[in-house]
Design a protein around this ligand. Structure first.
Ligand SMILES: [Fe+2]
Ligand SMILES: [Fe+2]
Length: 135
């Protein structure tokens, strides 16, 4: 298991969102570090809860920004967020019951969706917002 690292191709070009994406990555890395250190079940679940809560807050804040600006892709973007959050909660629930195996598949899933979602979805609104003076 490795820690997630940032790469400029993941910047969306809107400061507040780039900042939140950075914090989200740090939160995921905290969970990875806790696992690497062999932290207990309780600590891991605590990290997971924090990650889900922060993800929920980020999605909400991103959708609010897109809504304010009238971004045309808002509905499908919101649907992608809801789907991710649902998958995340379901996997976290399983992890809470069965521990290790599920936690590792959750981490695999998280690392994947995180960068995929930013690169495929979030980067679409960057230039669109920049063209309207939002940076
Ligand atoms: Fe998003
Ligand atoms: Fe995002």
């Amino acid at each position: 298991m490795t820690l997630l690292t940032w790469n400029d191709s993941r910047n969306v070009g809107v400061q507040a969102m780039d900042d939140q994406h950075g914090i989200l990555m740090d939160t995921m890395n905290e969970l990875r570090l806790a696992l690497l250190r062999g932290s207990g079940h309780e600590q891991i679940n605590e990290n997971l809860k924090r990650l889900i809560e922060y993800t929920r807050m980020h999605f909400q804040s991103e959708e609010q920004l897109l809504e304010q600006q009238g971004f045309p892709g808002l509905l499908s973007h919101r649907a992608a967020h809801q789907q991710l959050l649902l998958q995340m909660r379901e996997t976290a629930d399983r992890a809470e019951r069965h521990e290790d195996k599920e936690i590792h598949s959750l981490l695999y899933f998280l690392g994947g969706w995180y960068f995929e979602h930013i690169e495929e979805h979030d980067r679409q609104y960057g230039p669109w917002l920049n063209a309207r003076g939002v940076y």
